[in-house]
Design a protein around this ligand. Structure first.
Ligand SMILES: [Zn+2]
Ligand SMILES: [Zn+2]
Length: 139
């Protein structure tokens, strides 16, 4: 092997190493981005949050609520008691809090909300307040 061909061989080898490193780097970043999007997606799509205690709800856990039929078809009055974490009894460390007045909701209290039904959009739940901050309005 003469000096020139050795040099060319050496340069090709370096080029291959650089290509390999670049490939590793790109696949590393791709994996990182992929993980990020997966982490973002999972809680939003499969977990519902309890509006009373902000606990994440999975699978068959559900929110206890009473829906009252009102004269209007597009929206209905709804009382939200809580989820299995906070109703009828609060679990350790679970705080029942009103998202409107931020006061603590008593165990026998509930949130007052209005559900808006849309034909083409997702239904919207608008929380008016709790039994504490709506005392005067609830009859
Ligand atoms: Zn809850
Ligand atoms: Zn309140």
């Amino acid at each position: 092997m003469n000096k020139d061909s050795f040099l060319i061989f050496f340069l090709i080898l370096i080029a291959f190493i650089l290509l390999f490193l670049a490939y590793q780097l790109i696949s590393y970043f791709n994996r990182k981005n992929h993980q990020k999007t997966v982490q973002k997606k999972v809680p939003e799509n499969t977990v519902n949050k309890c509006p009373v205690c902000e606990s994440g709800l999975v699978g068959n856990q559900r929110i206890f609520s009473r829906v009252y039929h009102t004269e209007s078809d597009s929206n209905q009055l709804c009382y939200i008691m809580g989820c299995s974490h906070c109703f009828p009894y609060s679990e350790m460390g679970v705080r029942r809090k009103c998202p409107v007045c931020t006061k603590q909701i008593p165990q026998e209290g509930y949130l007052v909300a209005r559900i808006f039904y849309y034909q083409n959009k997702k239904n919207h739940v608008h929380i008016i307040g709790c039994t504490e901050c709506n005392k005067n309005r609830i009859k």
